[in-house]
Design a protein around this ligand. Structure first.
Ligand code: ADP
Ligand code: 5GP
Length: 201
């Protein structure tokens, strides 16, 4: 990617940094840390048909759409990719979001499920770096989901069951970071991000 700071949407080549992980592995924690640290990154706000939780705001964590609105946007061809990540709950990357960030000269950062991450890597090829955040164990993953306090017991078990399946795809990512000791994981994520930035310059 050349002249990232000056190019406009018509000519900019998009560099993308993809973070995927089983729910609860720590992907949002890692992405938030990197977003706070590096101004050359731009976070791709996804659309979802799930309801906001806690302090989440429309346009900041997600674009919260009704199920009908989400379906309409699919039919209009507005998504680069979308998945029914959990039964009845849709999540997707809007073309307009990536274009907006790319036009600003940002490296576009994705916090996305494992299938979506693999799809984006396929779409962006060498312009993308994909990173899998691995939990140290199933028990640690369950504990994190419980202690986050955002899921019902059923939802925790659903996410843990899905995690075992998702870990099977981890070898399709460019990097795997084990998130055991958080500081070490963040340091590794910084190294990967800085090296990708240098490569794109
Ligand atoms: P994800 O985005 O992958 O679903 P989160 O970033 O929300 O996961 O992390 C899940 C929970 O685990 C959060 O409460 C977070 O503070 C905590 N957490 C993240 N990394 C670690 C770690 N290395 N050790 C202990 N707890 C962690
Ligand atoms: P949560 O409900 O915990 O915010 O997110 C659930 C899962 O959906 C996470 O794994 C998250 O990374 C994923 N996700 C968020 N946005 C997108 C997206 O645009 N596309 C896909 N495929 N998955 C997404």
């Amino acid at each position: 990617m050349k002249n990232r700071d000056t190019e406009t949407s018509g000519t900019a080549k998009t560099g993308v940094l993809i973070f995927s992980a089983p729910s609860g592995a720590g992907k949002s924690t890692v992405v938030k840390h990197l977003m706070d640290k590096y101004s050359f990154l731009g976070f791709s706000v996804s659309a979802t048909s799930r309801k906001p939780r806690g302090q989440e705001q429309h346009g900041r964590e997600y674009y919260f759409l009704s199920a009908d609105e989400f379906t309409q946007r699919i039919n209009s061809g507005d998504f680069i990719e979308y998945e029914e990540v959990y039964t009845g709950l849709f999540y997707g990357t809007l073309k307009s979001e990536v274009e907006r960030l790319s036009a600003m000269g940002k490296i576009v950062v994705f916090d996305i499920d494992v299938k979506g991450g693999i799809n984006l890597k396929r779409i962006y090829g060498d312009d993308a770096l994909s990173v899998f955040i691995m939990p140290p164990s199933t028990d640690a993953l369950r504990e994190r989901l419980v202690s986050r306090g955002t899921e019902t017991p059923e939802s925790v078990e659903r996410r843990v069951a899905k995690a075992n399946e998702e870990i099977g795809f981890s070898n399709q990512f460019d990097h795997i970071i084990i998130n055991d000791v958080l500081d070490k994981c963040l340091e590794e994520a910084e190294e990967i991000t800085e090296s990708f930035y240098r490569k794109l310059k």
